[in-house]
Design a protein around this ligand. Structure first.
Ligand code: FAD
Length: 520
């Protein structure tokens, strides 16, 4: 027999396994020992009242619970001798999940990844932080697991209609992620745990007879009469297949340039950019939980949005990829540019809270007449190069105290930061340009009214947060998911404009694999 219930508990009870078990049984009208299994379905923090509480939804079983609660949920048949091969360019969430779904559908995936495996990649990240050198094939965006590996590993998505979120989460759990992600309203894995999960996904592909090749940068397409026959790698090797999944992420500028050069239809697309703001985590905890210490509660987060108007144009300014208890990281993919992003460990226990604060960029804000489909990319690139030059042409990032930025006055001194390459005090207006700076000022001013202490010199802004989503869309037919002109080309994931985060990219990978299988 199964009973489902919802209960609100103080954190001291909710995060203590035995106290929680007793409280749930009490609510179910049972005594300890009278239930065979308590299964948590959902856990969220309710901070609206005077005291923050933890809201739990649970199932109480009397008698054995069904076996499918515990997995394993996925089995991968051998595709070593499969008749059909799919080339998958990019080993980010889209590419890896496309590969696993291909295997389930009897297709052999060959994943081509320009970067290195997670272990070797770590050394290149250390070099960015310590020696200020960026390897264009191995960095925070490129390498095994894609941009999602050294990230916060936040796993919530608003794109719930675009695929099976639960299936993505269960697959991650089967390959080593904490089962908490199946329960938490805002699940995350953490940058310390993600590399092992990513490695396990790759091992599952290889064990089933698929392939994952590192150091395999695609530099050209084999195109014949609007049919994509395969790809050419940097070392000159040519690989052919009837289907090629292009899952190269939003930072593969050379791929956008290649598509443009080879005359493959692509389009400029709206995106967003701005800065990353860093606060003491304590300040955010106090404001969100309304008590001096957060105790057992997780590091508090926020989501903010404000409509702004500059030069008669209305644009949203919003928080993006907020990382409680995290670090700001250097996410450039080439020397000569500075790009910031955020990540956090599973315990979210750093002293800093950071978040992207970005403004929407629409096509009318871009010089489409001059740059065509690459207009957004050029806009991003120019901003990133200005950021780099303003801070001394290394990976040090330009920064300004937030209160000073609001008054447009230079900061004599900056605060301590989690950004390892270091900060340089700069008037951020000089980097962002007046219209974007003004938009962000309007946004920050409004956020300061929502969170006490937010828009003050207790915080600093760091630039630039420019890789929020792809500035280009690679079109595809909505049914076949194939490029409308080039047969055999399946644009996929964030880089093609069909995802915005780890889960939505993974779901898109699965969808594309299903679309390919359906056509064969
Ligand atoms: P990507 O992950 O970008 O993968 C593309 C892959 O293609 C890369 O590995 C790249 O090396 C490879 N590639 C590119 N060009 C070539 C080529 N020519 N040949 C061969 N391979 C190539 N999202 C969240 O949902 N939650 C988060 O907490 C989060 N935090 C983030 C933190 C950071 C620091 C960053 C950078 C991103 C974060 N994101 C987060 C965004 C998330 O990582 C992306 O949305 C997601 O990874 C997109 O998946 P994808 O597979 O489409 O592309």
């Amino acid at each position: 027999m199964k009973q489902e219930l919802e209960i609100l508990l103080p954190p001291e009870v909710a995060f203590d396994e035995f106290a929680r078990y007793e409280a749930i049984l009490r609510q179910a009208g049972l005594r300890p020992g009278e239930a065979d299994f308590v299964h948590l379905l959902r856990r969220s923090i309710d901070a609206r009242g005077r005291q923050p509480l933890v809201r739990l939804r649970a199932e109480v079983y009397r008698g054995a619970p069904p076996r499918e609660l515990f997995g394993p949920w996925f089995q991968y048949p051998s595709v070593a001798g499969a008749r059909r091969t799919v080339l998958i360019v990019g080993a980010g969430p889209a590419g890896l999940f496309a590969a696993l779904r291909c295997i389930e559908l009897g297709l052999k995936p060959i994943v081509l990844e320009r970067g290195k495996d997670v272990r070797a990649r770590r050394r290149d990240l250390a070099a960015i932080n310590k020696e200020q050198t960026v390897d264009p094939d191995s960095n925070y965006c490129f390498g095994e697991g894609g941009a999602g590996t050294y990230s916060d590993g936040k796993l919530y998505t608003r794109a719930t209609k675009r695929g099976d979120v639960g299936r993505v989460l269960r697959r991650l759990v089967q390959h080593g992620a904490t089962p908490d992600i199946l329960v938490d309203a805002h699940p995350h894995i953490g940058t310390n745990k993600l590399p092992d999960v990513v490695r396990a996904l790759r091992e599952a592909i290889a064990e089933a007879g698929g392939e994952v090749r590192f150091g395999a940068r695609v530099t050209d397409f084999i195109l014949e009469n609007n049919q994509l026959r395969g790809v050419v790698l940097a070392d000159g090797a040519a690989l052919t297949a009837d289907a090629t999944v292009l899952a190269t992420g939003h930072s593969a500028r050379d791929i956008y340039e290649l598509l443009h050069r080879r005359g493959v239809l692509i389009e400029a697309k709206p995106f967003a950019l701005g800065v990353r703001v860093e606060h003491p985590q304590e300040l955010i905890d106090r404001a969100q939980y309304r008590r001096p210490e957060r105790g057992l509660l997780p590091a508090a987060s926020y989501a903010l949005v404000q409509q702004t108007e500059v030069q008669g144009r209305q644009r949203g300014v919003f928080s993006f990829c907020m990382c409680p208890g995290g670090f700001i990281v250097p996410a450039a993919t080439a020397p000569g540019e500075v790009v910031v992003n955020g990540m956090s460990p599973s315990r979210r226990d750093s002293r800093f809270a950071n978040s992207g604060i970005v403004a929407a960029v629409e096509l009318e804000d871009l010089d489409v007449a001059q740059h065509g489909a690459l207009a957004g990319l050029r806009f991003q690139q120019a901003l990133e190069q200005r950021a780099c030059q303003a801070a001394g042409s290394t990976q040090r990032a330009p920064a300004q105290l937030l209160g000073d930025f609001l008054k447009n006055k230079p900061s004599a001194q900056l605060l301590e930061t989690s950004y390892q390459p270091g900060l340089v005090s700069v008037r951020m207006d000089d980097v962002l340009g007046a219209p974007l700076a003004e938009r962000l000022r309007q946004g920050f001013t409004s956020f300061g009214r929502k969170i006490p202490g937010y828009a003050t010199n207790a915080a600093q802004i760091v630039g630039v947060e420019s890789r929020t989503s792809a500035p280009v869309r690679i079109p595809r037919d909505q049914h076949t998911l194939q490029h409308p002109v080039v047969q055999g080309l399946f644009p996929c994931g964030e880089g093609a404009g069909y995802a915005g985060g780890i889960v939505s990219a993974a779901m898109d990978g699965e969808r594309v694999a299903e679309a390919i299988a359906a056509q064969w």
